[in-house]
Design a protein around this ligand. Structure first.
Ligand SMILES: Nc1ncnc2c1ncn2[C@@H]1O[C@H](COP(=O)(O)OP(=O)(O)O)[C@@H](O)[C@H]1O
Ligand SMILES: [Mg+2]
Length: 238
């Protein structure tokens, strides 16, 4: 059972400027996305519109556009597109007990906001300022201590901070949180995270299409490369 079951975009949205001009957004107007599994991955090349979409979903779900829990309201700059205002989310009957929106790009600002709020909440992040941990360590702290069961988690490229081992740690923690009734929506390039069970992988090109694990580009391309790096490089560099 997912909290968010479907994402729709109303067709009255202004279509003459970013983000409405992006092919993926145009596609969404005609084709709602169904979220049937506890984990939904969004993959796609740089510039495909993953961050735009993930941020809009987070905003429509009530999160601060720059990240944090639903109670965070800080803003360091106004970059959020107004796409979130035009999205309609269909919610199931079960409501999330907690949640978090995290974008690799603004994790620093989230850490600063947590410090500003102070001692009261530091304990729920592992007891140490996230600024005194490495980016990867603080992300794992966050998932271990702050994330909990029955949560809604919207993440943009969580692997940005993580080693391969870190990705495996996060994969295991995600699995645990899903067992405890959580839902994840994640934009990622990580073939490791994409291997999570109970997941749908949506590939964004000019359209949004569900793809099996082996066909997802980060998986297929990485596998291809690692299978024969020398041959791959010869092709690439010639
Ligand atoms: N604030 C903005 N104003 C205009 N164009 C933008 C803005 N933010 C992103 N874009 C453009 O929208 C496209 C999708 O960006 P983004 O969603 O960040 O892609 P992804 O996360 O898939 O790499 C890119 O081509 C980018 O240049
Ligand atoms: Mg992005």
């Amino acid at each position: 059972m997912t909290f968010i079951r479907q994402i729709r975009l109303d067709h009255t949205a202004d279509t003459h400027r970013y983000p409405f001009t992006l092919p993926v957004v145009q596609h969404l107007i005609k084709h709602p996305i169904d979220l049937t599994k506890p984990i939904t991955f969004l993959v796609g090349d740089n510039g495909a519109g993953k961050s735009t979409l993930v941020e809009a979903i987070a905003v429509a779900a009530g999160f601060n556009a720059e990240g944090g829990s639903q109670s965070f309201r800080f803003a360091t700059r106004a970059t959020e597109s107004s796409l979130g205002d035009h999205l309609t989310l269909s919610w199931g009957t079960r409501k999330p007990r907690t949640g978090y929106f995290l974008r690799a790009e603004s994790f620093y600002n989230v850490a600063t906001e947590i410090d500003r709020i102070g001692d009261g909440i530091l304990a729920s992040y592992g007891g140490k300022s996230l600024h005194e941990r490495s980016h990867g360590e603080s992300f794992i702290d966050l998932m271990t201590h702050r994330f909990g069961g029955r949560g809604l988690y919207v993440l943009d490229e969580p692997e940005a901070a993580l080693s391969v081992k870190g990705c495996l740690t996060v994969l295991r923690r995600m699995h645990e949180l899903v067992d405890e009734g959580s839902q994840f929506i994640i934009a990622t390039h990580s073939p490791i995270l994409l291997a999570a069970p109970n997941a749908t992988i949506m590939e964004i090109t000019d359209t949004i299409d569900e793809v099996p694990y082996d066909a997802a580009e980060p998986v297929a391309l990485t596998r291809n490369f690692l299978g024969e790096p020398d041959r791959f490089l010869r092709h690439l560099l010639d």
